[in-house]
Design a protein around this ligand. Structure first.
Ligand code: 5GP
Length: 230
């Protein structure tokens, strides 16, 4: 009898632990807001880019994604239930999305990039932002976090020249008021170059916050990095 009770007790504990881990694990605390420098996407070895029918647009950092994450391991939470392929609600903000959230892949995928991001990441923050609010939040953040302007103020321009990572970090921190995580990739010649700029944003998708220590970090940049021309 005592053995049976112990077994039930242990089973309950295991169930509770599993439940807690799952609930905590899937609960999102904040967002990573990621911007990208598309020339650094296009000039990688083996990559060619195609421009949208609306054109390449003016030189600027553009939105890559708004990714919910949890604090427990800083990992982004992905592929939650409730993916939808409805682009109709985005009509009123379509021109702004085309400008601020373009995709340069070949063949052109256009708005499928937004839907991919919404389905893979956005749906995991549905408890705070519905589809329209999610895209509006990303557009507002893009206006607030103007990386191109921050760098221009410090005379850091897309001219295929190399700049120290410190000078880039300093220019962005000075203009935005928070330190960013800068991620680099390599061009076809193997040069380390600026690629993604990441900020952490609160659950409402409006307020920049400090990232949890364990998360975004700095990624793969040399001490001097290239700023490829547009
Ligand atoms: P994910 O959100 O799945 O981690 O990454 C974005 C996906 O979108 C990648 O599979 C990438 O191939 C695709 N993609 C489409 N257009 C773009 C673009 O303009 N930039 C980047 N970085 N990824 C893009």
């Amino acid at each position: 009898m005592a053995t049976w009770r112990s077994l039930v007790f242990i089973t309950n504990i295991v169930f509770l632990l599993n439940f807690t881990m799952e609930t905590l694990g899937n609960d999102f605390q904040a967002f990573y807001f990621i911007q990208q420098w598309l020339p650094s996407y296009c000039n990688q070895r083996g990559t060619t880019c195609c421009y949208p029918p609306t054109g390449k647009g003016a030189a600027d950092f553009t939105i890559y994604g708004l990714w919910p994450y949890n604090n427990y391991n800083g990992g982004s939470i992905q592929n939650c239930a409730g993916a939808s392929y409805d682009v109709a609600p985005l009509k009123p903000i379509q021109s702004m999305l085309q400008k601020s959230w373009p995709s340069f892949t070949c063949p052109q995928i256009g708005r499928k990039f937004w839907l991919h991001e919404w389905n893979k990441h956005g749906t995991c923050s549905k408890s705070a932002l519905d589809e329209m609010s999610y895209f509006e939040a990303a557009l507002n953040l893009k206006n607030k976090i103007n990386i191109f302007q921050a760098l221009a103020k410090a005379r850091i321009q897309p001219n295929n020249q190399f700049y120290t990572l410190d000078s880039i970090n300093m220019a962005i921190t000075r203009a935005i008021g928070f330190r960013a995580s800068i991620f680099c990739n390599h061009d076809a010649q193997g040069n380390s170059q600026i690629w993604q700029i990441i900020y952490c944003v609160d659950k409402s998708g409006t307020k920049i916050i400090n990232c949890p220590n364990s998360s975004a970090g700095q990624g793969g940049c040399s001490s001097t990095i290239k700023f490829p021309s547009y």
